[in-house]
Design a protein around this ligand. Structure first.
Ligand code: TRP
Length: 433
């Protein structure tokens, strides 16, 4: 079976695909507003330190597991010890639940692309968004449409589907982001926006902010779900893991910061709250675009950009499940994709309806959408990451030597992997719950 395992056709394709997975709504939509809420520059500095010294460890662990075992996530843990298979299943559950809410947002993005494409722009986006997202049929239909558009690529396979999609969409994505960021810098609020991002206000430094930064860093790297492990299992034999991991982190952070440079000058030019939350992308941004010359054009670029970011992440979520289904249920890639799509559509429909008819249907005091978002990001993600660190640190002999090498850095990373990162993750988990 191993001989049939696909392989990225080049190192660059591997990096582009992992960056495509990591860069998603988390960078463009979540990062700027979380940074806005948590004091701008101080948050940015904390975030960079955490991602470079802490999150790098589980990232390398997942890549290392992929490279060493070359299997899907369930068989990887089975190979370490048969009784660890449940960890693989847990990752699969998590990575199947994430698209159930993520793709609802994907459906909204499709709707906004349509709005700006046809020039049917609204006057008041707050009213528009609320009335649109609370409908029954259209949001569900668009969620499923987004799911199907994403599923085409894993359906076609690693080289002719996933790799091609990323190699096409990621460069376009970066170009559009730089165009919008460049344009934002010409606006009157640019200076204020940049000061907000880059001038530290140390009074904002506190425990909650650190935990938020860590949670965001873990989420944006797509770790804790076996996705990076799966993409890593297609890597070429001679790939250097630590170098690839730092390249990934560098690209991801560059894109998140560029997204901030795109958003904050616009926010400050029009006097909106930088911490506007979910509504930032779907209410404030379109509202502000509407006041610019060429409103439809900028709006369209912004939402196509969000579309590319979310679809390349979506592809990696689906591929993790598809790859596990192929190897564990012994079915073809095409059947595995259909099964994955079926499961996700069942759960994503109530998630989509939680903005309308199911608004008051609550589990643990949360709507279906919020429950999926909260439990995957705050509970499953840190928990799975913790287990992955413990297994790679303590249960696989010589793992760190194979992945980090032996020198000073290798030794330091070994200590981080075995002690420091697990302790931090336990702390994150406790506060998350
Ligand atoms: N990293 C993605 C983003 O920033 C979100 C994400 C979280 C993800 N977990 C994932 C993507 C697992 C793919 C697979 O938007």
């Amino acid at each position: 079976m191993e001989n049939n395992r696909p392989e990225w056709s080049s190192h660059l394709s591997f990096i582009v695909a992992t960056v495509g997975s990591a860069v998603g709504l988390g960078n463009i939509w979540r990062f700027p507003y979380i940074m806005g809420k948590n004091g701008g520059a101080v948050f940015l500095i904390t975030y960079i330190l955490l991602i470079a010294f802490i999150c790098i460890i589980p990232l390398c662990s997942e890549l290392g597991l992929g490279k060493l075992y070359k299997k899907d996530v369930i068989n990887t843990f089975k190979s370490i010890k048969p009784k660890y298979a449940w960890i693989g299943w847990l990752c699969i559950i998590t990575v199947t639940l994430i698209p159930c809410f993520y793709f609802v947002v994907g459906g909204w993005i499709l709707n906004y692309i349509w709005v700006f494409l046809t020039g049917n722009t609204a006057h008041n986006y707050a009213d528009y968004f609320n009335s649109f997202s609370s409908q029954i049929y259209m949001p569900c239909f668009l969620t499923i449409l987004f799911l199907l558009m994403t599923a085409i690529f894993p359906f076609r396979g690693v080289n002719s589907g996933i790799e091609k999609a990323n190699n096409l969409m990621m460069p376009l994505f970066v170009i559009m982001l730089l165009i919008l960021a460049g344009f934002a810098l010409t606006l009157p609020g640019a200076k204020e926006g940049l000061a907000f991002m880059f001038k530290p206000d140390f009074s904002q430094f506190n425990k909650t902010m650190i935990l938020t930064a860590l949670g965001q860093a873990l989420f944006t790297l797509s770790i804790g779900m076996g996705t990076i492990l799966t993409y890593g299992s297609y890597m070429k034999e001679n790939t250097n893991i630590v170098k690839s991991a730092y390249t990934l982190i560098l690209c991801d952070t560059f894109i998140a910061v560029s997204a901030g440079i795109m958003i904050f000058p616009i926010v400050f030019s029009f006097g909106t709250e930088p911490s506007a939350g979910v509504s930032l992308a779907f209410i404030s941004m379109p509202q502000m675009f509407a006041q610019l010359p060429c409103a439809s054009l900028f709006g369209l670029i912004f939402f196509v950009l969000l579309f590319f970011a979310s679809i390349t992440s979506g592809i990696s979520m689906l591929e993790t499940t598809v790859s596990a289904f192929i190897d564990n249920l012994k079915i073809s890639r095409k059947k595995a994709t259909v099964l994955t799509v079926f499961i996700i559509s069942l759960i994503s429909i109530p998630a989509s309806l939680s903005f309308g008819v199911l608004k008051y249907f609550k589990i643990f005091d949360k709507t279906v959408f919020d429950l999926l978002d909260y439990s995957t990001s705050n509970i499953f993600l840190p928990f799975n990451t913790l287990i992955i660190c413990l297994i790679t640190g303590w249960c696989i002999p010589q793992f760190w030597k194979k992945v980090f090498g032996e020198g000073f850095i290798g030794g330091l990373f070994n200590i981080l992997l075995k002690f420091i990162v697990p302790i931090i993750l336990i702390f994150v988990l406790i506060t998350g719950i």
